[in-house]
Each structure stands twice: as structure tokens, then as C-alpha cells.
Design a protein around this ligand. Sequence first.
Ligand SMILES: C[S@@+](CC[C@H](N)C(=O)[O-])C[C@H]1O[C@@H](n2cnc3c(N)ncnc32)[C@H](O)[C@@H]1O
Length: 311
Amino acid sequence: MSETRHIPVLLKEAITGLNIKPDGIYIDCTMGGAGHAAEILKRLSDKGHLYCFERDLDIIPGSRDRLAGIASNFTIIPENFINLKARMAELGVRQVNGVLYDLGVSSLQFDLAERGFSYHQDAPLDMRMDRQQILSAYDIVNYNSYEQLKDIFARYGEERFAAQIARRIVATREKKPIATTMELVEIVLKSVPPYVRRQDSHPAKKVFQALRIAVNNELENLEVSLNDAITLLGKGGRTVVISFHSLEDRIVKQTYRKYTEPAIPRDLPVRERDIIRKYRLVNKRVIEPTETEISVNRRARSAKMRILEKL
Ligand SMILES: C[S@@+](CC[C@H](N)C(=O)[O-])C[C@H]1O[C@@H](n2cnc3c(N)ncnc32)[C@H](O)[C@@H]1O
């Protein structure tokens, strides 16, 4: 294992947000280094149980040891959280008290150059969270069409210069395959105007984000799984989602809206007390990290947390 550590984001807020019942059943969909999972497990009695999903098999042994040092009432499911509903059904779990998502990559992945997530370190173009998966960033960059690349950069990266970058990728790979993160960074730098290269934000940030989302199918995983998690909640149960970019946050916001807005017939006079609400937003406003948290953990700077409760 590397010396890298992952500092959990919004840890106190997420634990408070889950409103943990000691005998309850909880799911951490994104175990990672088990920072949040450890705090959940510490609050459970012998009757409670914690299920943890993690699709990166390299991370699991370290996190299993960490959790085993606290208690034994946990189960690690080494899979994509898109399988939440099916796995819980197989395990006979029909209702849960809380589900947590702390999205994106862990520092345990991001800081390991060889994983290819970082535009600061030279490495093969990989970006797979699950190294058993076949599709990698290399495949997308070298085999997707110009239109597909432009669409990925525009949609998942909200990149203004998607067309220019896609065009240069296609021209470059005609001579030889684009194999490394630094070759891709170089292409981005040559494709954007000088003022973008002078900005604080790294010019390749959006392209790397877009590729990561595409390689790992991140948005679809979230949308499917969050809906399933919400339908698993028992009375008073909560879903807590920490997201790191606007595309993820939009999915969370829209999904929560779908469950919290009661369907009211337009042409009937309806009194407030007749409206049946099944879910509520625990916080009207999105929860963000404090300046103090951001100063000690830069990864926290774009975090947003939203909580839903089943009534
Ligand atoms: C930000 S980290 C979680 C960190 C963790 N909360 C902690 O404090 O240590 C996100 C983790 O979720 C995993 N992950 C992301 N998407 C996943 C998915 N669809 N299914 C299962 N695990 C996923 C990643 O591999 C990564 O380890």
C-alpha cells in the first residue's frame, strides 16, 4: 500500500446527516478508505449492520482491516453500487436506515500516478476505478470518433473548447496512439487559447473529468443507484450524497425533487393538509464545507451535500 491517505470530506456533517440509530442498517455505497464507514460502524450496536460497496478491489483489503479493528458487524460488497438493489434483495435486506454516497475518486486512487487520474503526473491513460473493467481512457481517446469525443468533453466536462481538443486528438493519433496522461495534457494545451492557459484552473481539468466520468459511467451509476437507495429507505431513513461537480449535484437535486414534490392535480382545489408527502429534504440549502475544512483538504472545495428523509 502507498503512503497516501484520504481525508474524508464533510465527515461530521455526513454522520449527523445520517441520524444513525445504533440498531439500524446502513449502506456506504463508496467505502474507499473507509473514513466515513469507520465512523458509521463505531456508532452501531451488535444489532446494527453496515454494508459497504467498493468497486476498486485494490482498496478493499486496507479498508477491511480498518473496519475489522472496530467491529465485525459489516459486510463488504466488492462491486459497483449500481447493483445495490439486486445485492440487497439477495441478502434479504428489504429496508435500510441510511445510505451514503461520497462520490468521485479517493486520494488512494488519484494520488497513485499509475492509475492515470491526474493531469499532474505522467502515467498510462487509464482512469478505471475497477481495474477488472476492460474499457479505459486509452480506448476512448484512441478509438472514439471525433463526434463522440467532442460530445464527451462538452457534456461531461462542460468544456468550451471540446471541438478543438477532439479535432487535435484525432489528428495526433493518426501518427501514433496517444498513450499517456502528459501526451493528452500537451494536446489540450495546444488546443486552447493562451488566456485559458493562464487561468488558475488547470486547462486539462475538464477533459480529465469528462474522460473519468465516461470511463466509469459515473452519472448513470448514480442516477440508477440513488433511486434504488431511496426506495429501500424505511420510515425516518435517509440518503446522504456528497458530490463534487455540478453534473452529479444536478442528478441528486433532480432525483430528490422527484420524491419530495407531491403530485397535485392542477384543476382541483387542494388544501395543504390534504397533500400527502412521503419524503422531505432535511436541509433546504445545500451543505458545503467550511473555509477551515477547505484549508486543510483542498479536495473538499467543490463538495456539496444533500440529504433526503423518508417520512
Ligand atoms: C471519494 S471516495 C470515498 C472515500 C470514503 N468515503 C472515505 O472517507 O474514505 C469514493 C470511492 O467510491 C468508489 N466508487 C466510486 N463509484 C463507485 C461505484 N459506482 N460503485 C462502487 N464504488 C464506487 C471509488 O472507487 C472510491 O474508492
